[in-house]
Write a protein that binds this ligand. Structure first.
Ligand code: NAP
Length: 318
């Protein structure tokens, strides 16, 4: 594993991190989940990313992760960076989603109980809230760090403007905003349009989620939709209709280039998001340990020739 410094902080993150959004809920195989977490840790993936609502059912990924931690990794707590988030709907009524101080602090308390932890390393506001004053949401993040329940805080899916404002508010309060967690892949490039430069200016780290476009940037769907894939599962966030001919044609062309580089499509897609200095880590998902091996293999060839980058641009715009 290789580690990158997270913005202008003392914290280093592995260049590949593992997220528990899919395949770690109550409905998934316990032994499978355990095998993936242990495989990841053995490969030097020290960072595991959760959220209050990961499951299904919501909360169950944190519970499962907590049980695996207690059973297998309790001796290694100081070698782990564990993150969780709040922002999406978690419980009924007016206090179970968005960005109020009431919701964020209650939700983190629940997450800590589910995981059996005293603190998380990073706590995120999961999505911008159009109604709550940003001062209140950032004030809650600042209080959370001061209470010792999180060592660092971050934001997810904030626009460039919102990010700048959040960073300034937190700086004024004396709690730097460590990191932004946006979606970024060859198939979704919105962060190139302003966000990356804000992160550079604000000296924040960046961990990009769904760098494999939920599996579309792998060889998974090239011969149809496998029965055990995310797109085939009723609770999967990748819908069958998102597996389009256009995406498959692009994936096939990317595969040819990846082969010439001695990589799989997934490895090339990960190296591609990591080509930006601002990107600290690529946050992958997995349904089996071999996919984690594949992802970590990307680090063997991170650089691109100009002509390779031009070919990728051409494939993506065609
Ligand atoms: N902040 C946010 O709002 C937000 C939103 C979404 C996600 N996230 C975070 O980002 C993490 C990663 O998201 P993601 O799971 O969408 O990431 P991803 O890496 O783009 O997709 C992971 C999926 O791709 C497939 N895959 C991975 N490696 C493969 C390989 N070598 N060959 C074939 N298929 C492969 C697997 O699908 P199959 O299951 O079909 O095998 C796997 O579950 C989440 O767990 C979560 O922590 C954050």
């Amino acid at each position: 594993m290789q580690y990158r410094r997270c913005g202008w902080s003392g914290l280093k993150l592995p260049m590949i991190s593992l997220g528990l959004w899919h395949n770690f809920g109550e409905i998934d195989s316990r032994e499978h989940a355990r095998a993936m977490i242990l495989r990841a840790f053995d490969l030097g993936i020290t960072h595991f990313d959760l959220a209050n609502n990961y499951g299904p059912p919501p909360g169950s990924a944190e519970e499962r992760f907590g049980r695996i931690l207690r059973r297998d990794l309790v001796a290694y707590r100081d070698e782990l960076i564990i993150s969780t988030k709040a922002g999406y709907l978690m419980w009924p009524g007016p206090y179970g989603e968005w960005g109020s101080r009431k919701y964020l602090i209650a939700s983190l308390d629940q997450s800590l109980r589910r995981m059996g932890l005293d603190y998380v390393d990073i706590f995120y506001h999961h999505r911008p809230d159009p109604d709550t004053p940003l001062e209140e949401t950032m004030g809650a993040l600042d209080s959370i760090v001061r209470s010792g329940k999180a060592l660092y805080v971050g934001i997810s899916s904030y626009s460039p403007d919102q990010t700048r404002q959040a960073a300034h508010l937190l700086k004024t309060m004396g709690t730097p905003c460590l990191i932004h967690q946006p979606r970024y892949s060859m198939f979704d490039r919105w962060i190139e349009d302003g966000l990356l430069s804000v992160l550079r200016d604000e000296r924040m780290g960046c961990i990009v989620f769904s760098p494999l476009a939920q599996g579309l940037l792998t060889d998974k769907y090239l011969a149809g939709i496998p029965a055990d894939s995310r797109a085939a599962k009723p609770h999967g966030f990748l819908k069958r209709e998102q597996v389009t001919q256009d995406k498959l044609v692009k994936a096939r062309r990317l595969q040819e280039l990846a082969k010439a580089r001695g990589q799989t499509i997934a490895q090339m897609a990960l190296a591609w998001v990591l080509r930006h200095d601002e990107v600290t880590s690529a946050l992958i998902g997995a349904s089996r340990p071999a996919q984690i091996d594949d992802a970590v293999g990307a680090l063997k060839r991170l650089t691109f020739l100009d002509v390779e980058l031009q070919t990728i641009e051409q494939i993506l715009v065609d």
